[in-house]
Design a protein around this ligand. Sequence first.
Ligand SMILES: [Zn+2]
Length: 189
Amino acid sequence: MMVNILRITPLSSFNVTKPISSIRSNPTFLFNSLPTISIRQPKRGFRGGIVAMSAAPTPGSVQKSEEEWQAILSPEQFRILRQKGTEYPGTGEYDKFFGEGVYSCAGCGTPLYKSTTKFNSGCGWPAFYEGVPGAINRHADPDGMRIEITCAACGGHLGHVFKGEGFPTPTNERHCVNSISLKFAPANS
Ligand SMILES: [Zn+2]
């Protein structure tokens, strides 16, 4: 009786010039070996919008003396951004504003928040559930209770971040930001 011997194709007969281990550690190789698939990127992601951003902010990249800040900021911007003041609740330009675009630092222009992360907290200041990655630093407030948030690039005071308040947002955080610390630019500008 004839027995067919299953012939196992040796690995070397595949058109693979690199050992498997190097494929694993070299995603580019794997990618190149795959057929090109054209993926249509959705214009809108889960959080409602993909907004073109400039390069990632570099922490501490904007260094000015307080005298220089005083010269380029309005007295109220200086009081809040550089002296960690707080605008009166319910008075800020962006408290009840929900245009589509990007909020940048009023001091140095670094993009800080996308409008898609803004929500109406009803607390009297603009509220965001998350910032642009790497754009915002957190510091324990001298009051021992709150966490201060600042622009990572210039150190400008933005406000405070609160956790676990139960707002129906993806992060359960509220970045409570002074309007005057921000400068909004519409998405289509
Ligand atoms: Zn800044």
